[in-house]
Design a protein around this ligand. Sequence first.
Ligand SMILES: Cc1cc2nc3c(=O)[nH]c(=O)nc-3n(C[C@H](O)[C@H](O)[C@H](O)COP(=O)(O)OP(=O)(O)OC[C@H]3O[C@@H](n4cnc5c(N)ncnc54)[C@H](O)[C@@H]3O)c2cc1C
Length: 469
Amino acid sequence: MEPYLRALADSKYASFWLDQDDRPETLSPLTGDECCRLLIVGGGFTGLWAALQAKERMPDLDIILIESTTIGDGASGRNGGMLSDALSHGDSNAEYHFPGEVDLIDKLGIRNLEELLGSLERYNIDARYDNVGHMTVAINEGQVVKLRQKYERKKAAGADNLWLNQNEVRKAVNSPMFLAGTWWRDSQGGTVDPARLCWGLKETILSLGVRIFEGTSLIDMAPHESGMKATCANGTITCDKILMGTNGFPNPIRRIRKTAIPVWDYQMVTEPLTPAQLESISWGTGRHYALSDASNMFHYFRMTQDKRITWGGGGSVCYFYGNRTDQGVADDRGRFEGLSRSFFKTFPQLEGLRFTHRWSGIIASTTRFCMVPGVDYDGRVSWAIGYTGLGVGASRFGARIGFELLGYQPSEILDMQFVRKKAINWPPEPIRWIGVTMSRHAMTKADANNGKRGLWLKILDKLNLGFAC
Ligand SMILES: Cc1cc2nc3c(=O)[nH]c(=O)nc-3n(C[C@H](O)[C@H](O)[C@H](O)COP(=O)(O)OP(=O)(O)OC[C@H]3O[C@@H](n4cnc5c(N)ncnc54)[C@H](O)[C@@H]3O)c2cc1C
């Protein structure tokens, strides 16, 4: 058996983060009929932050949160735990979609992260936050040139980033693939344990009086008197307003289904590295760093506090025809094998290391590469969906927008194009699948060709459209 296949042989299909002994007890599902003022649907970061911010701003607001499975079981308990202040996938994307708002978006992103970290401290949430910033590494000459340009642009604008040449980058994290790198060290960004963040938020909102029903899916909703009535499998909830934090999962609201599509991302984690293995890659002796390479179909990876490496992304990222979110595509062996192969290409010194967990999750992707908030039913239902792979920090901001869109203490943020401007819908099938698949292939080809973008990507660049995760 090839070493990269052997490395996967004993891995378990489960999110490493969610598979921890101190996972909290699952709460009972809804049985019967309930009422509340605000119903929050979805127990991921968006729903949890919405509940916390709602309680902070309006302590007497009666809130129920329902979650189909268990808190954190969606993307929020399955991600890389890379925490950043970015809300819009880069300044040029923001400038294109929200001209004139880049500085404000940047400022709001920084403040959002400050407040997020403040909440961790205030409520004693041990999310294992590590302020390591982020390192981007170049793995071909084309990437070196582009990364250097970006580094110089940001440096000139006052960023505290560091350029690492080949020797320096390999001293930090030793891979024969790395040709250069930039360490973005000025932000408050870094890494968290995403499941512990969800669990800490769960405990906090329970302590503030939010009622949570796990194992409870919203099936349908309809206006009811001056509010809404939500139908779940074993009961109903009558409420004034509903906030949807349901990511790319199937959604009863058509507008949400058109703006955000579910893109699957696959990830694995190794067993803890021995001191000799850590030394062979230099990593772990110094900073824990969160890294990604500068490819279109980039890999992202980090070290956990017990010295495992998580490894995800790359060519395994995929959209399945018809917005599939079923378990049939969740444990796709071929995708994990591809990830394992690329891991050992990056760190050949680690041959013999085993993966303990493999898992996948859904990223809601939008045509503008960042969240799309919205409101319907005459202001009684709102949502914040589609963080396009950047939701660990941005979901707190999305939750705030979702809350304010319901008319609760609205602020000037609601006047921003970021909130008001409609996103371009994804085209219907089969054009949707064909377009996304062509984009994925074109991006993979560009990566293999020193970053040289073909005709299809050039057309998408002109239109500021495309596929991102
Ligand atoms: C593999 C992977 C890696 C990622 N890595 C990073 C990263 O390193 N950094 C980063 O910033 N972002 C990352 N992301 C993205 C980030 O995880 C998400 O943007 C974020 O978690 C979204 O939070 P959410 O609450 O909106 O969605 P979710 O966490 O998916 O929560 C939505 C919840 O709604 C529930 N739900 C859906 N429909 C219903 C219904 N009808 N009734 C009741 N409940 C319902 C679901 O069960 C789910 O729990 C990654 C995502 C994935 C999948």
